[in-house]
Design a protein around this ligand. Structure first.
Ligand code: IMP
Ligand code: MG
Length: 178
């Protein structure tokens, strides 16, 4: 199998949209300390680019989660691999996620974070694939709605590869002829 990647969103388009999102978030949270929760690993690039453009006081923490299950689709049962370092009680929390697909991971995660009594809890996602949604998730800030294709780059991986691509591309698998 040969993998081909077609550019879906260029680096410039992504960065422009992130700048718009940062302006909107900075306006909404004006004068308030905001605690970003970056969901590793995919959201790391988005979190950095977003945080650099926020004009509000920011702190950052990281969580790593994975879905139980054998197939590529998430099962809805989420395992916390790395929990928050700091208590979020009374904080304005903004969860920063790379992509929402079925919504199962975020549905679980938001419930988990809510149980820790933050002052407010909002979600921003760079990409949204609404066609695949099975669990209800309210997204407060969305970068781009994209079709139901597997995408890589800008932090997103296929088998841990391609995270470092500066753009977002659709990966396609071609049978090798020879
Ligand atoms: P959900 O629980 O189905 O919403 O799963 C979301 C997670 O699946 C994301 O945080 C990604 O880790 C992964 N994922 C979903 N779609 C893609 C994709 O197109 N490319 C790379 N990872 C994806
Ligand atoms: Mg993710």
């Amino acid at each position: 199998m040969r993998e081909t990647i077609h550019v879906l969103l260029s680096e410039e388009e992504v960065n422009q949209r992130i700048a718009q999102m940062a302006a909107e978030i900075s306006k909404d949270f004006e004068g308030q300390q905001t605690h970003l929760v970056c969901i590793l690993k995919g959201s790391i690039f988005f979190t950095c680019e977003l945080a650099k453009r926020l004009t509000i006081p920011v702190s950052i923490d990281f969580m790593s989660v994975s879905s139980y299950g054998m197939d590529a689709k998430s099962s809805g049962v989420v395992k916390v691999n790395k929990d928050l370092d700091e208590d979020i009680e009374g904080l304005n929390v903004l969860v920063v996620e790379d992509i929402i697909d079925s919504g199962r991971t975020l549905h679980y995660l938001l419930r988990y974070l809510k149980s820790k009594n933050p002052k407010s809890l909002k979600l921003c996602a760079l990409l949204d694939k609404p066609e695949q949604r099975v669990a209800d998730v309210a997204v407060d800030y969305t970068g781009f709605c994209i079709p139901d294709k597997f995408v890589v780059g800008y932090g997103l991986d296929y088998a841990q590869r391609y995270r470092n691509l500066p753009y977002i591309g659709v990966i396609e698998f071609d049978e090798c002829k020879e």
